[in-house]
Design a protein around this ligand. Structure first.
Ligand code: SF4
Length: 214
């Protein structure tokens, strides 16, 4: 019995015709160039425009990039140091490494007992920091003199010498407490206004040496 062979020539002819039809349709649809989908040169507001305030932008940047300068004066410093190490990792809050110079820092962490003899040096370091700047008093001694509050040689609170933004209580506070203090500081920074800085700058001109802030 003879088997009928498939007609490949007919099949190919059909394919050619179908392909030709598709090409004809494509040519008909492609008479004009396609428009640019990202018309970024077009004037006027775009849908991805973000409206905000200068205060928000400044505070957002400052909030996530405070550069700490540690003043380890006594035992509290032993808890401040591991806050920057891998276990507690203050870099998660955008704080990165401790700076070696007050001129490169905007956050002074006073950890430990401040004596009157040391107070002048601390004030000098604080004055060398550029504005805007913040201070964290870490531990009972830095907050109020702690156990040594009534001693002839101990300052009964760092805020007698420089303004303090955040107080972290404890004897000593653990690194978690210091991190919580940083989070409180972030909230304070977010409430700050650039306008206040001009007012404070004027205040400092009127009262030379005055470094107290809002
Ligand atoms: S608060 Fe306690 S741990 Fe901290 S410096 Fe004073 S005595 Fe030492």
């Amino acid at each position: 019995m003879e088997v009928e062979k498939p007609r490949f020539d007919l099949f190919l002819e059909e394919m050619d015709q179908a392909e030709g039809k598709e090409i004809e349709e494509l040519i008909a649809r492609s008479q004009h160039p396609l428009p640019d989908q990202v018309e970024w040169l077009e004037p006027g507001p775009r849908p991805n425009l973000l409206v905000t305030t200068i205060d928000k932008v400044f505070n957002w940047g400052r909030h996530y990039s405070t550069w700490p300068f540690g003043s380890g004066l006594a035992c509290c410093a032993m808890e401040m140091v591991p806050t920057a190490a891998s276990r507690f990792d203050q870099a998660r809050f955008g704080m990165e490494i401790f700076r070696a110079s007050p001129r490169q820092a905007d956050l002074l962490i006073v950890a430990g007992t401040l004596t009157w003899k040391m107070a002048r040096a601390l004030k000098l370091l604080y004055d060398q920091m550029a504005e805007p700047k913040w201070v964290v008093a870490m531990g009972a001694c830095a907050i109020s003199g702690g156990t040594f509050a009534h001693s002839y040689s101990v300052v009964p609170g760092v805020n007698r010498v420089i303004p303090v933004d955040v107080y972290v209580p404890g004897c000593p506070p653990r690194p978690e407490a210091l991190l919580y203090g940083f989070m409180q500081l972030h909230q304070k920074i977010e409430r700050r206004s650039v306008r206040d800085e001009f007012i404070l700058a004027d205040l400092r001109k009127i009262v030379p040496g005055r470094s107290k802030r809002n």
